[in-house]
Design a protein around this ligand. Structure first.
Ligand code: SF4
Length: 357
């Protein structure tokens, strides 16, 4: 797939756009005024291989706490600010590596100029983030009058914000256009793509819970990835942020990104399964998330079809009655009792990693 040509911006040390690897983002849902709780969540996201984190900055106390958060965060921190330019200035002062702020919503031009000057001085980019529910009353009226589809209005709205920033001589911009409806989101990104040179932050907003939201996000992001319209992504879930990171990374892997990360193949189980494969697969996945070896690992229910179906796996197990086999590249290494299978697979993965080092 060919990615869209865009400018490249830097969120802290993380490049976005211009052909850079696609960073996975998430957002803390702790009270930002509580730096310890927020940092603990950021640490968890970093351990899950999140690349960029965003924190809401709803008031002055949150902006103050951001200083401690930014200083200790292992990830670049984006401050999410609405309406109040003083909070944006305070967040920049606190060391935020990025801002999410719609300049058209903060009032007089002088306020935008002040924020842009402070962002420029620190080389901090600004994301224009248009959500379907937050477009201006003027554009809303045109939608209601049937003059514009929602997706086009979202693109128009983003352009208005972008032009305000450009009018202040600022081009360290990325743009998001999110709706909770997948087709609207896709149409909005398609509409804006030829009209701006800036990288896209992609996602489906208010997508749902860990299960339904991840599926909906995969559907929308899948199309956008295939069309080269994703420069960074967030999977927005009603769930702990680590779940968003996990889902985001799995979506990227499905499209061939993150080549150095693990791939887990596990069979759906059937009437031939005679071991507790669900439990084993869950344990192995937990281990793989932590260890993240650059290997394809298979957890299969039976020796009849298992190794054959997972022929391209580097290493795997296949179950039998109360026992199973360990195999490498489709060839059996040895037989183990069911209770030893999980550890045997982990040991074999470690051995392979050692050999490949
Ligand atoms: Fe069934 Fe075996 Fe295929 Fe798993 S690998 S689904 S147990 S046939």
């Amino acid at each position: 797939m060919k990615r869209r040509d865009t400018k490249q911006i830097l969120v802290g040390r993380v490049a976005v756009g211009g052909g850079a690897p696609i960073p996975v983002q998430s957002m803390t849902n702790t009270d930002t005024r509580d730096p310890q709780a927020t940092l603990a969540q950021i640490e968890a996201c970093a351990a899950a291989k999140c690349d960029i984190i965003r924190c809401a900055v709803p008031d002055e106390a949150a902006a103050k706490a951001l200083k401690e958060i930014c200083a200790a965060s292992p990830l670049p921190v984006i401050a999410d600010v609405h309406f109040d330019y003083r909070l944006a200035l305070a967040a920049l002062e606190a060391g935020a590596h990025g801002l999410r702020l719609n300049p058209g919503n903060i009032g007089a031009r002088a306020k935008v100029v002040a924020v842009v000057a402070a962002a420029k001085e620190r080389n901090v980019p600004i994301r224009v983030g248009v959500n379907a529910g937050s477009i201006s009353p003027r554009l809303r009226a045109r939608i209601d009058a049937g003059e514009l589809p929602l997706s086009e209005a979202m693109a128009e709205s983003a352009l208005e914000h972008v032009h305000i920033l450009e009018g202040c001589g600022f081009d360290q911009i990325k743009v998001s256009l999110k709706a909770s409806d997948v087709l609207t989101t896709i149409a909005a990104y398609r509409a804006l793509a030829p009209r701006v040179p800036y990288p896209f932050h992609a996602g489906i907003t208010e997508a749902g819970t860990a299960r339904s939201g991840a599926i909906k996000s995969a559907a929308g992001l899948g199309v956008l990835l295939m069309e080269g319209l994703v420069d960074t992504l967030r999977v927005s879930l009603t769930a702990p942020p680590v779940e968003e990171v996990f889902a985001g990374r799995e979506i990227l892997k499905s499209f061939g990104f993150l080549a150095n990360s693990y791939r887990l193949i596990s069979c759906p189980t059937c009437g031939r399964t005679e071991i507790d494969l669900e439990r084993i697969a869950a344990k192995i996945e937990q281990y793989l998330i932590q260890r993240d070896p650059p290997l394809t690992v298979a957890v299969m229910g039976c020796v009849v079809n298992g190794p054959g179906e997972a022929r391209h796996a580097d290493v795997g197990i296949a179950g039998g009655r109360g026992k199973g086999v360990l195999y490498r590249k489709g060839r059996i290494v040895r037989e183990c009792m069911e209770q030893e299978l999980t550890q045997a697979l982990i040991d074999e993965i470690e051995r392979l990693c050692e050999e490949n080092r």
